[in-house]
Design a protein around this ligand. Structure first.
Ligand code: NOJ
Length: 543
């Protein structure tokens, strides 16, 4: 059995830090790198193997930093390069790996390249780095095609001289032209810049978007990527998952392999079915891809078993580990998603006036879902605050909303602010210990005090202690590296052997029996008095 440092990424538990909302060192209401560094011991105590940080590069912050103006620096909001070096060094001293976010599909409109493109003529080398086209119609007044932005509205914006540029996301995020050699060379240099600073890997934003179908063939459907599939019968989208992307990642992999240690590439690619996604993790490409099919699966035994099997089979076929994820900065937190009877994803966000979740049910199921996830073979991703059982902030007043989806959708999509609210550390401190002042870039709900870390640490049965125990036992029993064997169970029960443990999740009403002699080592909720597993509970047991 591989040890935890041998191919560490195959079974690593990776904790996503959203820098704006993790810890604020200077009290300006925005999280920052010194804040993160000071709180890293928390992650060591929790027992994760690595951190992935969402972008902290200079940015006008129109898409919370996924609009990068300079890939080799740190936004003053978050600190400076010296702070990044200190954060990396401190993480390594605590035996935590560091993965940074790389955004190659688009830059910010404030990037020097885009400014130069605007100042230059149509047809110039400067424009060639982006996707500029003439418009349709007699005076070119119609966009070059009907592509829609993921955040709503047309994916094209017209500039002063009449040309249009493509932006699959916000208007402030012009798409790069990956057919242009200068773009490829620049990203190789950026990879080396961060590898030389010691990072252990990169999470690749919109990894399925870099190459567009050559003719920019029209496609009339809404530009859903986040959990949305094209409508049935629609042709394959010409902007996603084009075969040409793989050449880019093969080149990057060769570069990472030159470096000491195992540095990794992780694909954020909303690609289905699983065997299409597995192409991103072939042996000469990336190491991992987020398993969004798992994230979006309903809370129901049969679909869960199917997605576990199909994604493990697809990854296994190319020799890659499967990853598991339930929450991130783009989706409604799982403690809230699962608090709706239908466990629907509500990918357009939740606001005041929308149906509100059953918080108790959501947390109960979230704890069960997490224990199930952390027992599966492969690597698991946690999103900051889920170890506290944090729900989505579902009642943010609309005037505070910052997600560009809210404006671009004409106020029809609330967007993703609800999962991005600064997290609570201390129940009775200003900003719940997020920072030294009471400032917080998104308002924190009063209920945050109940979830604060200091209310949960050393409290038996708290969600924080459940995560901590799960991670300790996962390491001790080699979960993540062990194979999985399903056991025969009633329809609403999932049960498997992995390593020397039995894992059982009961999604149905009658309490589930455990085998005689099963000794429960961890349970997401108490068992019944006669030792059966109630609905929406996961247990790990020795048998
Ligand atoms: C995916 C990121 O996770 C999301 O937050 C961002 O808005 C888009 N990519 C565009 O970069």
């Amino acid at each position: 059995m591989p040890s935890r440092t041998d191919h560490w990424w195959r079974s690593a538990v990776i904790y996503q830090i959203y820098p704006r909302s993790f810890a604020d060192g200077n009290g300006d209401g925005m999280g920052d790198l010194p804040g993160i560094t000071a709180r890293l011991p928390h992650l060591r105590d929790l027992g994760v193997d690595a951190v992935w940080l969402s972008p902290f590069y200079p940015s006008p912050q129109h898409d919370a930093g996924y609009d990068v103006a300079d890939y080799r620096a740190v936004d003053p909001l978050f600190g400076d390069l010296g702070d990044a070096d200190k954060m990396i060094a401190e993480a390594h001293a605590l035996a935590l790996k560091v993965i940074v976010d790389l955004v190659p599909n688009h830059t910010s409109h404030e990037h020097a390249w885009f400014r130069a493109a605007l100042a230059a003529e149509p047809g110039s080398a400067e424009r060639e780095r982006y996707i500029f086209r003439d418009g349709r119609g007699p005076d070119g007044g119609e966009p070059p095609n009907g592509w829609q932005s993921v955040f709503g509205g047309s994916a094209w914006e017209r500039v002063a001289d009449g040309q249009w540029y493509l932006h699959l996301f916000d208007v402030s995020q012009p798409d790069l032209n990956w057919g242009c050699p200068a773009v490829r060379a620049e990203f190789v240099a950026i990879l080396r810049f961060w590898l030389d600073r010691g990072v252990d890997g990169f999470r690749i934003d919109v990894a399925h978007g870099l190459i567009k179908e050559e003719t920019l063939a029209d496609w009339e459907y809404a530009g859903e990527i986040l959990g949305g599939l094209p409508p049935e019968g629609a042709p394959p989208p010409p902007m996603w998952d084009q075969d040409g992307v793989h050449e880019v990642y093969q080149q990057w992999r060769a570069i990472l392999d030159e470096y000491e240690g195992e540095r990794i590439l992780v694909a954020e690619a909303w690609v289905q079915p699983a065997d299409r996604l597995a192409r991103y993790v072939r042996p000469d490409e990336m190491h991992q891809a987020f398993n969004f099919e798992y994230l979006t699966a309903p809370w129901s035994a049969d679909p869960l078993r199917k997605v576990i099997d199909s994604t493990m089979a697809a990854n296994g076929a190319v020799g890659a580990p499967t990853t598991w994820v339930l929450s991130n900065h783009d989706v409604v937190r799982h403690a809230t998603r699962l608090g709706y009877p239908d466990s629907e994803n509500r990918r357009h966000g939740i606001g005041i006036g929308d149906p509100q979740p059953d918080v108790g049910l959501g947390l109960r199921r979230a704890r069960a879902a997490t224990l199930l996830m952390l027992a599966l073979p492969g690597s698991a991703y946690l999103y900051q605050g889920e170890e506290l059982g944090l729900p989505e902030a579902t009642e943010i007043p609309d005037e505070y909303r910052q997600d560009p989806a809210w404006e671009r959708s004409g106020h029809t999509e609330r967007g993703r602010d609800g999962c991005r609210v600064p997290i609570p550390w201390e129940a009775d401190a200003p900003s719940y210990g997020f920072g030294p002042s009471d400032a917080s870039w998104l308002p924190q709900p009063a209920v945050w005090s109940e979830y604060a870390l200091d209310r949960q640490r050393d409290v038996a049965g708290s969600t924080y202690e459940l995560y901590r125990s799960a991670l300790r036992l996962r390491a001790r029993h080699g979960l993540g590296t062990a194979a999985l064997t399903w056991l025969d169970t009633p329809a609403d029960v999932l049960a498997f052997r992995t390593g020397d443990l039995l894992v059982l999740t009961n999604l149905g009403d009658p309490a589930a029996e455990l085998p005689l002699h099963a000794r429960v080592v961890l349970a997401s909720e108490p068992l019944t008095e006669d030792g059966r597993v109630p609905q929406d509970v996961t247990i790990w047991a020795r048998v």
